[in-house]
Write a new protein. Structure first.
Length: 367
């Protein structure tokens, strides 16, 4: 089923309300829908003005909504190995193709038990309902693979990523039970350098790792064996996005609704004021010139230690201002490599009256 005029031949078409604009695809992004059927997905997408290029039923039947040479609104707030001119979302939405598999993710209440696989969200050990994931049926994966093959043949696709790889915040899909490695193996050209997450695992537990450690050494001045869990985080950004041009409120609200933000779910932590003080000294010592700390969390909790001695992380924020994006990027790099910070969830940016950039980092801290 070759691609002609941007359409995979031989698959059904489906019209969505959202209309894209011209693009030249270089990235393939895989999603799940959190619906059981394409009909349900189409309703949800139209209600929210979102879109994917391809929707695949659990039995493998596929629908295409537009030519691949038009954008679809699927990545939300996102970024992927972007270089200069990083802007919220722009680097991924433009020039990417979104394939969405009908799958409930970890919302498995409506899924037959036989189709629920293993799964464990490591940032939320107490929520049993989130520890199982719906499996992807072989027929569905087969369709996805053959469409991906055609896309890779027709366009200069550099990588196949999950939405969880590129999302700054939002849905964690397609999650640990989808094998992105197999799709990436279809691409023979060398992958562009940069951070990459690895989530697929045999038991379905998430094990996100920075696979590109060299970068951490060069930029952080410190060897990082394994940087923990950039879920929903911008930890993979090579540059930090600042001063968004558009109003992000709508995107945030939309992503939050089904995004299952970890900050709400993680219980209190046993981080002490001592841990925080030491971290704060390190932060101050590593501040780039002309960067100032405007504010930081003062409510450090004394919480729970897991039986294995591991700390549960706790929400923590730091707000800094800087004369330019470079200063913000350096602080972001420090935060995502400092051992006190488990992950960066999100950031809010604004331009101050004097032109300085102010960014509030929302993070998970754990000693
Ligand atoms: Zn997605």
């Amino acid at each position: 089923m070759p691609i002609v005029d941007g359409f995979v031949q031989g698959i059904a078409k489906k019209t969505l309300k959202h209309v894209g604009s011209a693009q030249a695809p270089t990235l393939l992004v895989i999603h799940y829908s959190v619906t059981n059927t394409v009909a349900q997905a189409v309703n949800a997408l139209n209600e929210r003005g979102l879109s994917y290029h391809v929707l695949i039923e659990k039995d493998g039947k596929a629908f295409q909504t537009r030519p691949f040479t038009q954008t679809a609104l699927h990545p939300g707030l996102s970024n992927w190995k972007a270089g200069a001119g990083v802007d919220f979302g722009a680097s991924v939405m433009k020039n990417s193709i979104g394939i969405c598999l009908m799958n409930m993710g970890f919302d498995v209440k409506s899924v037959p038990a036989a189709n629920v696989g293993a799964g464990k969200l490591i940032y939320n050990p107490n929520d049993r309902s989130m520890q199982r994931w719906e499996t992807f049926p072989a027929a569905q994966v087969a369709t996805c693979t053959s469409i991906a093959k055609e896309i890779i043949k027709a366009f200069p696709i550099s990588e196949v990523v999950g939405h969880h790889d590129v999302a700054i915040m939002g849905k964690f899909d397609p999650g640990p039970l989808f094998d992105l490695t197999a799709l990436n193996a279809l691409i023979t050209a060398p992958k562009p350098p940069g951070f990459k997450t690895t989530v697929a695992s045999k038991d379905g537990s998430l094990s996100l790792k920075m696979s590109e450690r060299r970068k951490a050494v060069l930029l952080g001045g410190r060897y990082v064996n394994e940087v923990a869990i950039p879920l929903w985080s911008s930890a993979r950004l090579d540059k930090w996005p600042v001063a968004p041009k558009g109003d992000l409120t709508a995107i945030r609200a939309e992503e939050l609704a089904e995004g299952n933000r970890p900050s709400r779910l993680i219980p209190k932590c046993q981080i002490t004021g001592d841990h925080e003080a030491v971290f704060f000294q390190r932060l101050k010592a590593n501040l780039p010139p002309k960067v100032e700390i405007e504010n930081y969390s003062s409510s450090i909790y004394h919480g729970r230690m897991r039986p294995d001695g591991v700390c549960d992380p706790t929400p923590y924020t730091v707000t800094v201002s800087a004369p330019d994006a470079d200063g913000i990027a350096k602080v972001a790099y420090f935060l995502r490599t400092d051992p006190f910070i488990r992950q960066i969830d999100s950031q809010e940016s604004q331009v101050l009256w004097d032109g300085r950039l102010m960014v509030k980092f929302r993070m998970m801290a754990a000693p």
